[in-house]
Design a protein around this ligand. Structure first.
Ligand code: SF4
Length: 272
């Protein structure tokens, strides 16, 4: 990383790619003076916090938890007032959650400093990393792209060191427990693995009695409806594990290429 005055930062999202990048750079001796950070909305899965602790042990350095000092619930109230309707939940079309709870704390962390930001986009991906319009002083670098590191390499790097975050057993990405990018089967996974968080997410949904309009995390189905389906045995997971399938969950995650395509919908701040 040389003797330059620039800061070198690496954001851990709690996901596999950024974690593997941190491990990779450390193994290559390129992590001296690296500042690691995690944009903490306070709404992450317990598995993510546990994985970050493991990363800190491996990296032997603090992963700074950056937050906006305000709870999601408080932001939600503000959004409702601003938009003057019942329940302005964030959505792919209005990602105020990312802006307020991740981008702003990140901008504060960087300030006016010149930084080199290490981003875990792989050689087998097409997307670019998110760069805030207000922070032109950020120079993004993509070591995985430069070095031809692909998905299989990422899994190998993690398997050999810190392991694969355990939420990948039932969820394809890191991010808030209520993230609207989740598929229905992932919501069902949340119901199974973190019932309390499912119920909390459900409590944010509203139905306008007068108009019948639903304000839900997923289009088409409310969490209350999904819960009823699960409870009555009417919910069928899209892919059921065959009894003959003896692969470990880690191997199944590795074999499931489709899940990675979903990551294209979000940005590295939330999911890489
Ligand atoms: S993980 Fe999802 S809900 Fe959380 S800030 Fe990112 S886009 Fe918003």
């Amino acid at each position: 990383m040389g003797q330059d005055k620039k800061r070198h930062i690496l954001g851990l999202s709690g996901g596999k790619d950024s974690a593997a990048l941190a491990v990779y750079l450390k193994q290559k001796g390129l992590s001296e003076n690296m500042e690691y950070f995690f944009l903490d909305t306070g709404c992450e899965l317990p598995e993510v916090y546990e994985f970050l602790d493991r990363m800190e042990v491996y990296l032997d350095v603090e992963v700074k938890r950056l937050n906006s000092n305000k709870k999601f619930e408080d932001y939600l109230k503000t959004q409702v007032r601003m938009h003057q309707h019942e329940n302005f939940l964030p959505s792919p079309f209005s990602r105020w959650c990312t802006k307020l709870m991740k981008i702003k704390p990140l901008e504060k962390f960087i300030g006016l400093d010149s930084v080199v930001s290490y981003i875990g986009i792989r050689a087998d991906e097409k997307r670019g990393g998110y760069i805030s319009k207000n922070t032109r002083n950020i120079q993004p670098v993509y070591p995985f792209k430069e070095d031809g590191i692909v998905r299989e390499d990422v899994f190998r790097i993690l398997r050999e060191t810190v392991g694969i975050p355990s939420y990948y057993k039932w969820r394809s990405r890191s991010g808030c427990y209520f993230c609207f990018y989740q598929r229905i089967d992932e919501w069902a996974g949340l119901y199974e693995h973190h019932h309390d968080l499912f119920m909390k997410a459900m409590s944010f949904e509203k139905i306008d009695e007068a108009t019948g309009k639903k304000y839900t995390w997923s289009e088409g189905v409310s969490l209350a409806e999904l819960r009823e389906k699960i409870k009555s045995g009417k919910y069928t997971p899209p892919v059921q594990k065959s009894p003959k399938d003896t692969r470990s969950w880690q191997q199944r995650v590795l074999d499931d290429y489709e899940n990675d395509e979903l990551d294209d919908q979000a940005c590295w701040l939330c999911s890489l």
